[in-house]
Design a protein around this ligand. Sequence first.
Ligand code: ADP
Ligand code: MG
Length: 260
Amino acid sequence: MSKITVDTARLPLLLNELRLPAISRLWQDIATRADKEGWPAARFLSALAELEVAERARRRIERHLAESRLPPGKTLDGFDFNALPMLSRAHVMALAAGDTWLAKGANLLLFGPPGCGKSHIAAALGRALIENGRRVLFMRTTDLVQRLQALQLAAAIGKLDRFDLLILDDIAYVTKDQAETSVLFELIAARYERRSLMITANQPFGDWNKVFPDPAMTVAAIDRLVHHATIFEMNVESYRRRTAIARKTKPDRQSGDSSP
Ligand code: ADP
Ligand code: MG
């Protein structure tokens, strides 16, 4: 039987024109395998399509990680759940899947003293959600307020709509002069029941009077935040402090050990 020859000279050009980089890179390997194993044409075509789609998903996640401003290295795998007996690992993992709470614009509020792991768990959840295809932005609340103040507010809040989840780290660190402009209230009101917020704070609500221009607005903001919210109260001692103490009390040098 004579071997059928196919003119593939134009193929790289065509695939480039169609913006199919994964197929362009891999089709020859797959074609060789398909020829060798006698794949039906339909199987060959769907194998290529799957590759391109997988590559697009991977690149999209990379872009979303790059835009997220998440602090590096904070993952759920790297979080010691034993340090927080009141926090259910299963609950956190369910939130990491994201489907139900993000779909209805529900919120997650994390309270606890400095060092208890609020920013870590917030960032780790953000990362997991991005890996599950969501868009997330992580910001210190004071930085976000500054950014909103510098821009045309409605447009800036509109732009933040593209994020399924906005993580406002350390809301209680907003300063008096920042609070006077009420941009944070506008943001909370605009996202209410549509787009999720995750908020960390050292104090649950008590301190929040200085975050908003007046007490009525504080009440209105808290009301919207808690209406559809999961609240984690992380009342444990600072993880930093505990690990420092653990290092100190552990005999850190055995007799005869001369290492520095
Ligand atoms: P907070 O935001 O509540 O002040 P952080 O999340 O910044 O605290 O935690 C302080 C440090 O301790 C960070 O380096 C964080 O990664 C680490 N850390 C806190 N809790 C845990 C934990 N349960 N497991 C692992 N690391 C933790
Ligand atoms: Mg923090």
